[in-house]
Design a protein around this ligand. Structure first.
Ligand code: NAP
Length: 281
């Protein structure tokens, strides 16, 4: 039977620690600030932004959400980013993705001052991470590394398989595990014999975006399974990429969905905002 990693509980504990640090910083006149830019009315984005705002307020971070209509031009958005790059009250800038199709996401990410890029998506920050000298780390893989640490899950020498190769989850996850001396494989939609590849993993991280895709055939007995997926089933219920009920008995540790990776992502965003504030002050 696998131990279920309680991401919600760990996130609450870490957020309480961050709140203590923020109150110390406030005594020194440093108020960490985070601005979130939301373009359009994507319902999932609205929920994510709201959750970020709630967490920031709870922790004592000065937070602001700038909402723009879906017809905001690329030029106007770039001008807004420039305004916040210069605004010393905000140490972190986050542009909620996805953006409307007429706006070039890459251009927007490039426009954010790397020092304020608390999501860690700027090519400069990704480059530093891949050079082995990270400053801002994409929050989801960063949160997963904190889970390994909190649950004393050793990484060195382990065989890790990551399914998914996005710039925001799969690739930085691979690099973070590599930095901790795992032997890493990145699998994707063109991988042959995916279940066999996954079954070699001591640590299996799944970030695909397909509900209940990973079944017991993908999992080696005793493996650690991390489920990043967030999908809605026909009933509208939030489900992961892993078929939890049949996989869990095989694992040593497993994350649930919800209350797994999700709350940790938000927590690391707060942590990086505080770190950014300290560096900028
Ligand atoms: P993404 O950019 O869509 O990437 C998905 C990856 O999965 C791609 O590399 C793709 O391969 C691979 N893939 C798709 N179908 C596959 C298949 N049948 N077999 C093997 N690989 C397959 O997604 P993402 O942004 O990384 O997000 C992945 C999931 O995590 C989503 O459900 C998302 O909602 C969730 N997520 C959760 C959090 C959180 O905080 N919990 C944060 C971020 C994302 P190719 O490259 O070959 O196309």
């Amino acid at each position: 039977m696998g131990e279920v990693i309680n991401g919600k509980e760990l996130a609450e504990k870490l957020q309480a620690e961050i709140a203590t640090e923020v109150s110390e910083l406030r005594k020194k006149g440093i108020v960490p600030g985070l601005v979130v830019l939301l373009v359009g009315d994507n319902p999932a984005s609205q929920v994510y932004v709201r959750n970020k705002e709630i967490a920031a307020t709870k922790i004592g971070i000065h937070s602001k959400v700038e909402r723009y209509s879906a017809d905001l031009t690329e030029e106007e958005l770039l001008a807004e980013i420039d305004r916040f790059n210069k605004d010393e009250a905000f140490h972190g800038i986050l542009v909620q993705l996805p953006l409307p199709k007429h706006i070039d996401e890459e251009k927007v990410l490039l426009a954010i001052d790397p020092k304020k890029d608390v999501d860690g998506f700027h090519p400069m920050n990704l480059g530093k991470l891949f050079a082995g000298d990270p400053e801002m780390i994409p929050c989801t893989p960063y949160g997963i590394m904190k889970m390994f640490e909190a649950y004393n899950i050793s990484i060195e020498g382990k065989r890790a398989v990551i399914i998914g190769r996005s710039n925001i989850v799969g690739k930085p996850m691979a690099q973070l595990l590599l930095m901790e001396n795992a032997t890493v494989t990145i699998a994707h939609s063109k991988t042959r014999n995916l279940a066999e590849v996954a079954k070699e993993a001591d640590i299996l991280v799944v970030a695909i975006g397909r509900g209940h895709f990973v079944t017991k055939e993908f999992v080696k007995p005793g493996a650690v399974v991390i489920d990043v997926g967030m999908n809605r089933n026909e009933a509208g219920k939030l489900i992961g990429d892993v078929k939890f009920d049949e996989v869990e008995p095989l694992t040593s540790y497993i994350t649930p969905v919800p209350k797994g990776v999700g709350p940790m992502t938000i927590t690391m965003l707060m942590q990086q905002t505080v770190e950014a504030a300290k560096r900028q002050s």
